[in-house]
Design a protein around this ligand. Structure first.
Ligand code: ZN
Length: 228
């Protein structure tokens, strides 16, 4: 049986002679050559390339067919050696509106942030939260262990029907006032009326800080609206 000429090829696909390149190629590598004009000398088992940037490092993530994404996960340089032991892939979690890196370890899906902090296998109540909301930023300074409820608060995003552009702030047409609201587990714990949107926004923010402390919803979405 013919063997694929690409070094380290582990694909189990059919191997045929590729006249144009003068090589024996498996179907997978042949497809890459046709589609991308080159072959990627990687297999499903090949570990990620990790670029050491000094303090931090970038793990290059690959697609299922082993062509590189333009997507990288960031870790501390001190975690490079541990992360090298596994193959990291990309997963999109539209519900959380972010991407994550994961690996299959002993048949289980382990996320990079869980791996870094060693929280996997401890049940769903021990969770890791990304402070900046970006699931690929897995430097220890951006990760913190939290409860499931704290994580839910932190992942709060603007609803599609939000018209004010600010979390928990809406205009009450009946009273012609701005309402500042905060609900926890479906119960309103904070509700005040204001003349201006800015006051309502600041009031909502103060309530968030009071109830959630450091696990406030991400504030980036409110940026530029004069709210701290
Ligand atoms: Zn091959």
């Amino acid at each position: 049986m013919k063997k694929c000429d690409i070094e380290g090829c582990q694909y189990k696909t059919r191997v045929t002679f590729h006249r144009k390149s003068g090589q024996n190629l498996c179907d997978t590598h042949r497809q890459q050559l046709i589609k991308y004009g080159k072959v990627f000398e990687r297999t499903r088992a090949t570990r990620n390339e990790i670029i050491n940037c000094g303090e931090f490092a970038e793990i290059i993530l690959y697609r299922k067919n082993n062509t590189p994404h333009n997507v990288r996960a960031v870790i501390d340089a001190g975690d490079i050696e541990r992360c090298r032991n596994h193959k990291w892939s990309l997963v999109n979690k539209p519900k959380n509106r972010t991407l994550y890196a994961f690996s299959k370890i002993d048949g289980k899906t382990i996320y990079l942030h869980q791996y870094i902090l060693g929280t996997y296998g401890k049940g769903k109540y021990v969770q890791v939260d990304h402070i900046d909301g970006n699931g690929l930023m897995c430097s220890r300074g951006n990760l913190r262990v939290c409860t499931q409820q704290q994580n839910i608060y932190h992942q709060v995003r603007l609803r599609k029907d939000n018209k004010s552009g600010i979390l928990g702030v809406s205009f009450d047409n009946k009273n012609k006032k701005w309402i500042s609201q905060l609900a926890i587990k479906g119960k309103n714990v904070h509700m005040k009326y204001f003349d201006t949107k800015e006051e309502a926004a600041q009031s909502r923010r103060d309530a968030e800080l009071f109830y959630f402390g450091e696990f406030c919803p991400n504030t980036d979405i409110n940026k530029g609206l004069g709210v701290d």
